[in-house]
Structures are given as structure tokens and as C-alpha cells.
Unconditional design. Structure first.
Length: 249
């Protein structure tokens, strides 16, 4: 029996005559980071959009904790425990880091009989926001306006906002994009820190980072899975070296 918390079977997405994702099977397990590699146009971001519900599937299925969620909307998937980040940082630049996380937490923590109360003073929301900042390494930057944070800190903040919604699955789309070496190293440490309590799917072009954090790697080419296995198996694969790394088999 699979230990996967999120699994796909035959997942496909067609855009006219183009199969952007074609018959993809992938499984995510709690406590493990599953990275997806591939050249531009391989279907990596489309895969994340299918898993998060941003795009409807043309075929196949997605199951979460054994239940079919293939037709669930993005907000429903978020509410049941699937969080995602985007290629382009998606934060509120005019708000502080804490306020960004508070708003994220507020969207998920029910407040029955508190309709007329001040959400800012609602303890569970504040605690969830602070815990998310702590987890993302931004506790000391809580009162800094997001626009004043560095690029790397803004990417950390976006992950903190996702964590504030208490997800069990994290779908991360190129969180290291545009980072220098020091910022990338901090993000790698953050990914290692949050993996034990979550199932992570990571789309990333930074090969060194991927091989430093991944428990399993799936390589996609032209919308299809070329190979899937441990980092060691992917490094040794002639097909991967030829199709993705540009080396001779």
C-alpha cells in the first residue's frame, strides 16, 4: 500500500493540439521532498497548476488522502491542506511580514461567533502568523514592510504565508529563482527544515539545490515523465544526461 498523501494517475493537460502534461503519475509522501526537473516547456509549472487546481485536468486523476480531488477548486484544495507558491513572488508589498502571514492565517482559521471582533486581536491567528515567520527564519523581520525585504526574504515570506495556512502538502514553483549564492543557501536550509512535517513538491532549475535536498526526483521532457528515482539514480541515468543535461548517453 502506498504511503502517498497526494498521488496522480494518468494526469494530463491538453492545450489545443499540445499535450503540456501527458499521462503523469507522481506520488508525494509526508517527510519527503520530491523534486521535478526538466528543460523549459517540459510541463513542470503546468503540473503544479494541475495539482493546485489552477488548471483543470484534461484526463487522469488526483487523489489526496485517498479521496479524488481532481475537480476541486483551488480554494477548496487550499482549505483541505494543499498550499503552493508561485514563480513570481505573490505577497502584499505594502504590508509588514507579520501582516502578510496574519492575513494568510486569517483565511484558514475559523472564527465562529467572532464576526464583529477584531481579527488582529484573535490569538490563534496571531500565533499561526508568528509560528510561520519563525519557521521561515523571518521572526526578526516581522515588522518590516515587505517591499523593504530583500528578494530572498520576500521568497521566504511567501513560503511563510503558505505555512500560515497549515498545509500538509507544499507545491513550490522555483523558490530559488533570482537568488544569489547566500540567499539560495538560506532557502535550501529552509526547505530542509520544513520537509519533515510536510510533503513537498519542488520545481527548480538550481541543480545543486535540488540534489542537496531531494529525496526523489522526477525528470520531465515534453510533458512526459522521462525518469523518476533517487538523486543517485537520476545522476547515473544516461537518458537524463542526454535529454536534460545535454551529455552523450
Amino acid at each position: 500500500m502506498s504511503d502517498a498523501i497526494l498521488a496522480t494517475h494518468g494526469l494530463s493537460r491538453r492545450f489545443g493540439g499540445l499535450m503540456a502534461v501527458n499521462d503523469v503519475a507522481i506520488e508525494l509522501e509526508t517527510g519527503r521532498l520530491h523534486a521535478v526537473l526538466g528543460p523549459n516547456g517540459a510541463g513542470k509549472t503546468t503540473l503544479i497548476n494541475l495539482l493546485s487546481g489552477e488548471l483543470p485536468a484534461s484526463g487522469g486523476s488526483i487523489r489526496y488522502k485517498g479521496a479524488d480531488i481532481t475537480r476541486l477548486s483551488p480554494d477548496r484544495r487550499s482549505r483541505i491542506g494543499i498550499g503552493r507558491s508561485f514563480q513570481k513572488t505573490n505577497i502584499f508589498l505594502a504590508f509588514t511580514a507579520f501582516e502578510n502571514c496574519r492575513l494568510a492565517a486569517q483565511s484558514r482559521i475559523p472564527r465562529p461567533l467572532h464576526v464583529a471582533s477584531d481579527a488582529v486581536a484573535f490569538a490563534p491567528v496571531r500565533e499561526a502568523a508568528q509560528c510561520a515567520l519563525d519557521a521561515a527564519g523571518l521572526a526578526a523581520r516581522a515588522d518590516v514592510v515587505a517591499s523593504a525585504l530583500s528578494h530572498g526574504e520576500q521568497r521566504q515570506l511567501e513560503i511563510a504565508m503558505v505555512l500560515a495556512t497549515a498545509p500538509e502538502v507544499l507545491l513550490l514553483d522555483e523558490p530559488l529563482a533570482g537568488m544569489g549564492a547566500e540567499e539560495a543557501a538560506r532557502m535550501v536550509e529552509l526547505l530542509k527544515k520544513i520537509t519533515p512535517d510536510h510533503a513537498l513538491l519542488l520545481v527548480e532549475h538550481d541543480m545543486d539545490a535540488v540534489f542537496a535536498v531531494a529525496d526523489r526526483i522526477t525528470v520531465m521532457v515534453n510533458g512526459q515523465v522521462l525518469e523518476s528515482g533517487s538523486p543517485e539514480q537520476i545522476r547515473a541515468s544516461p537518458a537524463v544526461r542526454q535529454a536534460y543535461l545535454g551529455e552523450d548517453a
